[in-house]
Design a protein around this ligand. Structure first.
Ligand code: AMP
Ligand code: MG
Length: 347
């Protein structure tokens, strides 16, 4: 398959009628799959009402079939056709954070969406993305769009169109290149089918922000206890992994540098994932600064691109600094833990 690339400037007016966007929307209506920029990461979109389209998403990514997809909408009105009820707290969260990086799990109306998209569950995860191109595409095609991240399953999520092409060229109908994404980690997933909302996946909206709108919010036990079964099926898989084994290191710079030396003596090519503040401190084959430690948002923005750059550099092993587990650091550490398969070395 020849994968089309539509270049779209997200700042131009009237995006909904932009010929490139309209062309991509026609592919979606024909049940083809198309990658699109959002404010979190690039998504791989397909008609959420069509089993045919949704199967193409799973096939292109190599995604396990028990991992449901997030449904993307252009406005709250679209919920009426496939959501059974909107609890009051969910309503308030939508008001506060949509459009934005928050996925809300609600009870679904059976028989509207593809059962493949929702992995046969009685619930559905929905969000309204905060990106002009994504919103224009959603309006232009008029469909609810199922969209996981547009990467091969298990790899770091894509934060620009080149990442998408690296993973999916020839496997999808096209990609809308709308430039680099902003937030860089996926949406927060919050289950609103219970009286107290539960965070199933940390992401772009922090627990503190959610609590400021709806009061008490719980965190799924699986996020802190490895033995617990996650309520978001996707959270049990290894994810975001670079090709080389990645170790998180909790300790001083000296301690991390000693680990680097040991591996270099074995003749290995060693990478260090650090931040701008510490980039000059380490000596290794490849030292990559992933944002600024004092501004954790910048670490989130660069994380996946940095993990992918280690692949290009063909390192044999990667040591990474760890980050505080609060605010957006919660999402960063969750992704790093997955990428490392939980390998942590403590001084
Ligand atoms: P991705 O599409 O890669 O961003 O992953 C979507 C995440 O949302 C995965 O962890 C899914 O398991 C989770 N998710 C989607 N729909 C549901 C649902 N109905 N219930 C629980 N988790 C969900
Ligand atoms: Mg993903």
């Amino acid at each position: 398959m020849n994968t089309k690339v539509w270049k779209v400037d997200k700042y131009v007016d009237n995006l909904e009628n932009n010929p490139q966007v309209v062309d991509a929307a026609n592919f979606l209506r024909d049940n083809e799959v198309v990658a699109l920029p959002t404010e979190t990461v690039y998504g791989l979109g397909g008609n959420a009402e069509s089993d045919e389209a949704v199967r193409k998403i799973f096939a292109a990514k190599g995604r396990p079939s028990d991992n449901p997809l997030i449904i993307h909408i252009a406005g709250k009105k679209q919920l009426r056709s496939f959501v059974a009820e909107i609890p009051e707290k969910a309503e308030r969260l939508m008001e506060a954070f949509w459009p934005g990086p928050l996925t809300i799990i609600l009870k679904k109306i059976d028989g509207v969406l593809s059962e493949t998209a929702t992995a046969g569950l009685a619930t559905v995860g929905v969000r309204m993305p905060d990106h002009p191109v994504a919103l224009a595409l959603l309006k232009s095609c008029g469909l609810p769009i199922a969209a996981p991240s547009a990467n091969s399953s298990g790899k770091p999520s894509p934060t620009n169109a080149d990442h998408v092409i690296d993973d999916l060229n020839g496997k999808i109908a096209g990609v809308i290149d709308g430039g680099a994404t902003g937030i860089g980690v996926e949406s927060t997933v919050v289950d609103c089918t219970e009286a107290i909302p539960v965070i199933l996946r940390p992401g772009g909206v922090t627990k503190e922000q959610l609590e400021s709108v709806v009061g008490e919010v719980h965190v799924d036990a699986a996020l802190t206890d490895e033995a617990a079964r996650p309520k978001a099926p996707g959270m049990k898989y290894r994810h975001y992994a670079p090709n080389a084994p990645l170790y998180m290191v909790s300790g001083t710079a000296n301690f991390l540098q000693n680990l680097v030396e040991e591996k270099r003596q074995e003749g290995l090519r060693v990478g260090v994932l650090t931040t701008e503040e510490n980039a000059g401190v380490f000596e290794a084959d490849v030292v990559l600064a992933c944002g600024k430690r004092t501004e954790l948002e910048t670490v989130a923005t660069s994380l996946y691109d940095t993990l992918r750059r280690f692949n290009q550099e063909k390192v044999d092993v990667i040591y990474s600094e760890v980050f505080p587990n609060t605010g957006v650091g919660h999402a960063i550490m969750n992704r790093l833990q997955k990428a490392a398969g939980n390998k942590l070395i403590v001084e």
